[in-house]
Design a protein around this ligand. Structure first.
Ligand SMILES: C[S@@+](CC[C@H](N)C(=O)[O-])C[C@H]1O[C@@H](n2cnc3c(N)ncnc32)[C@H](O)[C@@H]1O
Length: 283
């Protein structure tokens, strides 16, 4: 997938601007996911939810297409003394330097995949056939998950086609009656957006400035953010990055229909203090 968003500067800005998951939301997900068994967080980003949930004893794996976000997630896991392993059980060599003595902590651990939700396919690499004429052995499928969750309204980043396809792909990786929790944005009134804004975050002599122009198309309920990041070191511009983010908002009934269309059942919408969440069962 060609990423036009969630690149290197965006990831650095995001981690300085929003280093921790909102406490209320983290607590809510933590309680809902207790006892669910193995949990998947697609669109996990830099692990703001993933890492603290694993620290609390949950077994959570993460998926995200952005290499810089996954790199930041590995670093966050390392500072929490949580091992990141490759999906197929071997230690991720990129995290080895975090434990130079080779004494990797045993669980907790996180498995990370680099994939887009709409192409989710958590099976192992194709085994090599015994001979050129032999039927290739099947890829090893990952065990079905007992729950999945997508916080922070990240799901709204998917366009309509990717949202449909992503839910189908996600359901294919869930156990019967698995729990699904998806946070989403509801449509805004016309004067919700000022049209743009700018913010600067600072880390030592480094400054990252984000300038955003925001357009909202009420007809299709899509808000488009044209973002420009500028990194300054000791006052000199050393890196810039542009990105376009589109956020599709949903009325609660639209969300119910979307999930039902992908085969989910027992669909309910809740509005806890931190946002809107749809809760469903994989059927
Ligand atoms: C706003 S971040 C949120 C990450 C995390 N949930 C949090 O609260 O910090 C959204 C994430 O969605 C990921 N993303 C964007 N498009 C995606 C797609 N098609 N499939 C899966 N993840 C995607 C981005 O790479 C990014 O890491």
């Amino acid at each position: 997938m060609a990423m036009t968003a969630y690149g290197d500067l965006c990831t650095q800005f995001y981690d300085l601007d929003k280093p921790q998951a909102p406490e209320l939301a983290l607590e809510w997900y933590s309680q809902r996911l207790q006892g669910a068994g193995r949990v998947l967080e697609p669109m996990c980003g830099s692990g703001r939810f993933l890492v603290p949930l694993v620290s609390r004893g949950l077994l959570v794996d993460g998926v995200d297409p952005s290499e810089p976000m996954l790199r930041a997630c590995r670093a966050k896991a390392a500072s929490a003394r949580i091992a990141v392993v490759s999906p197929w059980g071997t230690w991720d060599p990129s995290s080895a330097e975090d434990w130079p003595d080779g004494n990797y902590p045993q669980p907790p651990r996180i498995r990370l995949w680099q994939q887009a939700l709409e192409h989710l396919d958590l099976a192992g690499p194709a085994p090599v056939p015994a001979s050129p004429d032999a039927v290739p052995p099947a890829r090893e499928a990952v065990e079905p998950y007992g729950a999945a969750f997508i916080p922070s309204s990240s799901f709204c980043l998917l366009d309509n086609a990717a949202a449909h396809q992503g839910l189908r792909r996600l359901r294919a990786h869930l156990a019967a009656r698995a729990l699904l929790l998806i946070e989403f944005e509801v449509p805004h009134g016309p004067d919700h957006w000022p049209g743009g804004n700018s913010r600067t975050v600072t880390a030592g002599s480094r400054q990252i400035r984000l300038v955003s122009r925001v357009e909202y198309n009420a007809g299709v309920q899509v808000e488009t953010h044209y973002n420009q990041y500028e990194l300054k070191e000791s006052g000199r511009v050393v890196q810039t990055e542009n990105e376009v983010l589109r956020l599709r908002s949903y009325a609660p009934d639209e969300m119910r229909l979307l999930l039902a269309g992908a085969g989910f059942t027992e669909i309910e919408v809740e509005h806890p203090e931190f946002g809107w969440v749809v809760i469903a069962n994989a059927g």
